[in-house]
Design a protein around this ligand. Structure first.
Ligand code: ADP
Ligand code: MG
Length: 683
């Protein structure tokens, strides 16, 4: 008697060799096998009359073998079996190469189905090596066929046969991970129906029902796991901050914080008083004032006598944050220091001493902040950038020193809340959905190559007014081997130097040494350069208030969120700012994307549109989210299912936090499994 754990060698036709091939695909047990979902499907459900078949796509036809197959030898080593098949509408010549045994597979007068590509020359139709079977067999024709991921030693047929057997053996044992009450409420099909139809759907509606169920199931388990993890973590003891009125901090500011900023600060402050370790993400559009939220929390910690660290992804950003935070915090009596890799050994040593003695309240820096030889005196809070999520290793390094600081992660990639909750795993999320008043919108345009001269005129005018210009190219170097010529940063910079001999043009890209890159960036920040040509290395938060024009070359090469990030580099000062996206690409998809950019400056709206255009699979696929690997990307989850799964998970866990009910037993096992697989990457 087989069960889900039975080795697939139990099945007919699966010997040691085939089992080995299956192993390469991650299939060991019958459960693995039935959970090995098709990569895609081939629609062979429609049988077309021979005369109406078209040569473009493969199709199914059904007809009578009009004669007995003949064996012909066309030349040495090349033999073929040939016969004619007719239906009410016409006829087709069927040919099989080098498969002589097929001579006896077809009987004159019998009806067969074929699936393949029709070739037509004049009035003659022919099919070469089509898939075939007898009428009514419906195994490989007249139905929707699954197509599986393959590896050497297997064929689609082997997998189909194995899955068919597997489903039969386990039909009544297929697990229903989602509790029945929820299944009913959310109208999810039963597990047997879902498993059978994800492999062998009778039609596309059925397939959709099966898919929806698996998407829900997967997301539901993920949500339960995240929630559970979150609960475990909030049991981890953290430094407890005393209650303090942030109003005092606010009163130092030259402006009033937005309500969103205040909300984020009080959410995080509550975390830090709770007794548990804070792990919070502040997500906000460019210019929403995330730094201020961090500064308020730093102030809170320092006022209670603790130290804070602020980690930036690059030296330049570290420098900028250092200057800004120093200016803001030192008048409030908080000493700010800097620690980066490029400092001299002596400078570093001095700062490390201050960190150890607690002489400074805040240290800003790059990952040098967490090298082994840095010891903190009462570190209460670490602020880090999304790009540099405080990794497991860094965290455990600190914990091994007996410290469990609160962690605040800042992200400038606005994404819809539902998605944020999943992608950022077990972090709590605060959203800054409000910009400080008086922010002006960056006027955005799409142009094609024919505007080049006018664009150059525009550059000249703005620089004449004292402004600076960013230009982003998709490539570093020349690229003659690409089908489409793309602007490369180095080449484009040379071209601009020739066009504007009177202007200072500089170039930065990822292939430069970090030192040279930083130097070029610093010159631009200092206003020594008029035009900076760059690759996307400038994407992250550099602040050049004097930059008023962002030109994005080959804009079709960038995703919406990336375009929005790039645009966020301008409009940071008092000057009217512009973004020009240059693209000769006229495809509807590109046009739709660029139009969204021209229509709105709201990062959340843009990410929603992005989600709508690309689907969440892309978000999960592209981002380094650290979630365990999902089938979602393949299955193409939809946002509503995601929301539903999240809501139901919350509801269920509020009733049965430890998943102890009998009904939730399978779910619990699945959640535990996810932990053991992905626990590390969640941090
Ligand atoms: P980002 O979220 O992109 O990191 P920053 O923290 O760099 O944004 O803030 C952008 C600019 O807005 C900074 O110059 C900051 O001083 C200013 N700022 C932040 N909050 C406010 C506010 N409530 N009112 C006015 N200006 C603000
Ligand atoms: Mg910033």
């Amino acid at each position: 008697m087989a069960d889900l754990n039975t080795d697939i060698r139990f099945l007919r036709g699966i010997g040691e060799k085939k089992a080995l091939s299956f192993k390469k695909l991650g299939v060991f047990s019958l459960y693995d096998l039935v959970s090995f979902f098709p990569r895609k499907y081939e629609d062979r459900s429609l049988i077309v009359p021979i005369a109406e078949s078209s040569p473009e796509l493969p199709c199914c036809i059904k007809g009578i073998a009009a004669d007995t197959p003949r064996l012909a030898r066309i030349r040495r080593g090349m033999e073929l079996v040939k016969f004619r098949v007719v239906d009410d509408s016409g006829s087709v010549d069927i040919t099989y190469f080098n498969q002589n045994y097929l001579k006896d597979a077809f009987v004159k007068g019998e009806t067969y189905c074929f699936y393949g590509r029709i070739e037509q020359s004049g009035n003659r139709r022919s099919m070469v090596n089509p898939v075939y079977e007898r009428e009514y067999e419906n195994k490989v024709t007249g139905r929707i066929m699954p197509v599986y991921r393959m590896t050497a030693g297997l064929s689609q047929k082997t997998v189909v046969d194995a899955v068919t057997q597997g489903l039969k053996e386990c039909a009544d044992r297929l697990p229903d991970i989602v509790p029945e009450s929820i299944r009913e409420k959310c109208q999810l099909v039963s597990s047997r129906y879902a498993y059978e139809n994800i492999h062998f759907p009778s039609d596309f509606v059925t397939l959709e029902l099966a898919r929806r169920r698996f998407i829900f199931e997967e997301l539901f388990v993920l949500c339960c796991a995240l929630d559970t993890m979150h609960r475990d973590r909030t049991r981890e003891n953290g430094i407890v901050l005393e209650e303090r009125d942030v109003g005092e901090f606010y009163s130092y500011l030259p402006f009033t914080p937005t309500n969103a900023q205040k909300r984020a600060v009080s959410e995080a402050a509550a975390d830090m008083r709770s007794g548990a370790v804070m792990n919070r993400l502040v997500q906000g559009d460019v210019g929403s004032g995330k730094t201020l939220v961090a500064a308020a929390l730093i102030w809170l910690c320092c006022k209670s006598g603790y130290m804070c660290a602020f980690m930036a992804p690059t030296e330049i950003l570290a420098e900028q944050h250092y200057v800004n935070l120093k200016e803001l915090l030192e008048p409030m009596g908080i000493k700010v220091e800097k620690l980066t890799g490029s400092m001299t050994a002596k400078e570093k040593r001095l700062v490390k001493e201050k960190i150890l003695s607690g002489e400074c309240g805040l240290v800003v820096g790059t990952h040098a902040l967490f090298s082994d030889d840095v010891e903190y005196n009462d570190l209460a809070l670490v602020v880090t950038d999304e790009q540099h999520r405080f990794g497991v290793r860094q965290r455990s390094a600190l914990i091994s020193k007996g410290k469990k600081p609160h962690v605040l992660v800042m992200s400038a990639t606005p994404i819809p809340r539902t998605l944020a909750l999943m992608i950022y795993g077990d972090l709590d999320v605060s959203i800054l959905d409000e910009l400080p008043p008086g922010r002006q919108k960056v006027d955005t345009f799409t142009v094609d190559e024919s505007y080049r001269q006018r664009l150059n005129g525009f550059i000249e005018r703005l620089v004449g007014e004292g402004r600076q210009v960013f230009i982003v190219c998709p490539m570093v170097d020349e690229n003659d081997d690409l089908p489409v010529k793309l602007r490369s940063a180095t080449e484009h910079a040379e071209e601009l130097k020739a066009t504007f001999p009177q202007l200072k043009v500089d170039c930065v890209h990822g292939k430069m040494k970090p030192k040279d890159k930083d130097a070029a960036m610093s010159r631009f920040v200092a206003g020594e350069t008029d035009i900076l040509v760059a690759t996307t290395v400038i994407e992250v938060g550099v602040d050049v208030p004097n930059a008023a024009l962002m030109i994005i070359e080959n804009a079709e090469r960038f995703g919406l969120s990336q375009l929005h990030q790039l645009r966020g580099r301008v409009g940071r000062g008092k000057h009217k700012s512009y973004c020009v996206m240059v693209s000769d690409n006229k495809s509807d998809e590109v046009k739709a994307r660029l139009k969204i950019m021209c229509n709105t400056n709201d990062g959340f709206k843009i990410s929603e549109e992005d989600l709508r255009l690309r689907g969440p699979g892309d978000f999960f696929g592209q981002r380094q989210h650290g979630l365990p690997e999902m089938h979602i990307a393949d299955l193409g989850a939809d946002v509503r299912v995601m929301q539903q799964a999240q809501d139901e998970a919350k509801l269920l866990l509020s009733r049965d936090p430890l998943l102890e009910d009998k009904e939730n037993e399978l779910l619990r096992a699945q959640v535990d499994k996810l932990f053991t697989m992905g626990a590390d990457s969640f941090n």
